[in-house]
Design a protein around this ligand. Structure first.
Ligand SMILES: Cc1cc2nc3c(=O)[nH]c(=O)nc-3n(C[C@H](O)[C@H](O)[C@H](O)COP(=O)(O)OP(=O)(O)OC[C@H]3O[C@@H](n4cnc5c(N)ncnc54)[C@H](O)[C@@H]3O)c2cc1C
Length: 452
């Protein structure tokens, strides 16, 4: 029976693969040719960067998948900006900038992604107050190949258009080059704190947190929250690289590997989860006690161990909540996890990661357009039970005005997208219809979530 199901799946996969053509253009001209030739390259055309999206935004059962991996040149760097092709990985860019003592003028937590993917989709970062909320906002100029094959350079003098193209999820065409603002590397201090959920609820909105960038790890089954606060020091001292490398390795390579191994060898969940939680907590204690006291965007973005696709079985789902009520959300989230485990037997095996994201109205589909907000990125290695969990999570999030990201929030409904983005989504859709009258870029996922 299982073998028959496997054969059917394989057959379906092959059929799907046959209907979808993957192209990897090496130049802007090739992108234009692809967009202009609708017979050879039928729609929907989905542009894919490093393919880390956790929704079906990049999926299509027929049509064309355009990969940007060959558009990977850094074109020019000066003291204030860098111009790159869209397929350059954030890590490679950060490493090149670091050789000149420069960094991007914005945080970025997942350096495996491409610059194009990070600009065209929602990003969640621990932004220090004063910095942009989203990486896309430091893009001062973009080259866009429209769905009809026109090449347009969109600078900040075209405010309306650049706000639509940032976070446009590949719906307005393919971004081929981007100019991003840079600055000399700025050092920040890192302070670690530990709370239980009740303490965290009170503390997260206290004035003491206002001047810091906030990242935190939630362990609901241990009732523990580990916080990392970042503040610029500008004392001229460069942070030490080794502690960051060790931290990066511990959190992003060692922990997921150990958790996976424990899950494999320990079938009894009453033993398995306490062991996993123990390892997660020990990792956080180790990292906060020993290693990192200073850092910079540059140091974070050149890390080696944070792989976006940790394994094909790592799943994640991010919801964003307005800052005003976040203290309540986080306590309710713990209760939700405990209750759901009790009733269904499913729980996530990796700590959720949270960030405070600055208010940012530089793009129409900015999830923090109206106010500062907190993101919770929920992660697990466990597949069975995950699809149902994300649906319940969507209902939970709706009670707290949760804002979904179109690339990172599986389970979000058209209603939740419309409630979160409102008239800005209407405006974006009218720009989309203008630039893509034949719906060349619109796949089933977007047709269902944002409409045509
Ligand atoms: C394990 C894991 C951890 C993650 N952690 C974080 C995190 O901490 N913070 C965070 O912000 N994100 C995180 N993400 C999400 C991910 O990094 C973002 O979705 C990222 O911005 C996408 O970059 P990408 O190159 O993978 O783009 P893809 O996933 O390939 O594409 C994302 C969207 O952008 C569009 N797109 C891509 N390139 C172009 C282009 N050149 N022109 C036009 N449209 C384009 C696509 O069509 C799609 O709609 C994580 C993902 C995973 C799997």
């Amino acid at each position: 029976m299982a073998q028959a199901a496997h054969q059917i799946k394989k057959h379906l996969r092959r059929r799907i693969a046959n209907k979808t053509e993957t192209v990897t253009p090496g130049s802007e001209l090739e992108v234009i040719e692809i967009f202009c030739d609708s017979k050879r390259y039928p729609g929907p055309i989905r542009t894919v960067g490093s393919d880390s999206a956790s929704t079906r935004c990049n999926r299509t059962v027929e049509g064309t998948v355009l990969r940007t991996s060959k558009l990977n040149q850094i074109l020019s760097i000066d003291s204030r900006s860098v111009t790159v092709q869209a397929g350059v990985r954030m890590r490679d860019l950060a490493s090149e900038l670091a050789t000149r003592d420069l960094e991007l003028a914005c945080g970025c937590d997942a350096p495996d992604r491409t610059v194009g993917g990070a600009i065209a989709s929602g990003s969640t970062i621990s932004a220090i107050p004063g910095d942009a909320g989203h990486l896309s906002s430091i893009a001062s100029s973009l080259t866009l190949i429209t769905p009809e094959g026109r090449r347009i350079v969109v600078g900040e003098n075209f405010q309306d258009l650049i706000r639509a193209v940032r976070l446009s999820y590949g719906l307005l065409g393919c971004i081929t080059t981007v100019t991003l603002r840079t600055r000399p590397i700025r050092t920040c201090s890192i302070e670690h704190q530990r709370f239980d959920f009740a303490q965290f609820q009170g503390h997260i909105q206290s004035p003491g947190m206002n001047d810091a960038g906030i990242k935190f790890y939630l362990l609901p089954f241990r009732d523990k929250v580990f916080i990392e606060l970042r503040r610029y020091t500008d004392d001229g001292k460069k942070g030490r690289e080794l502690p960051w490398k060790i931290r990066d390795w511990a959190c992003n390579a060692a922990l997921p590997t150990v958790v996976r191994s424990v899950s494999r060898i320990m079938p009894i969940r009453r033993i398995r989860y306490p062991v996993i939680d123990g390892v997660s907590e020990a990792t956080q204690i180790l990292v906060s006690n020993t290693f990192v006291e200073t850092g910079s965007n540059s140091m974070e973005q050149t890390g080696r161990f944070r792989k976006l696709i940790v394994t094909p079985t790592t799943h994640n789902c991010t919801w964003i909540f307005p800052a005003k009520r976040f203290g309540f959300v986080v306590s309710a989230y713990r209760k939700f996890c405990l209750d759901y485990y009790e009733s269904s037997g499913f729980r996530c095996d990796l700590p959720a990661i949270g960030f405070r994201i600055n208010q940012d109205n530089q793009s129409l589909l900015s999830p923090t357009f109206d106010s500062t907000a907190f993101a919770i990125c929920i992660r697990t290695n466990k597949h069975s039970g995950w699809p149902d969990f994300v649906l319940e999570l969507a209902e939970f999030s709706a009670q707290f005005d949760g804002i979904p990201l179109l690339n990172q929030t599986p389970g979000a409904t058209a209603e939740s997208v419309s409630a979160a983005y409102g008239t800005r989504l209407d405006h974006f859709c009218s720009v989309r219809r203008h630039l893509d009258p034949a719906n060349r870029m619109l796949n089933q996922f977007f047709a269902q979530t944002i409409g045509s």
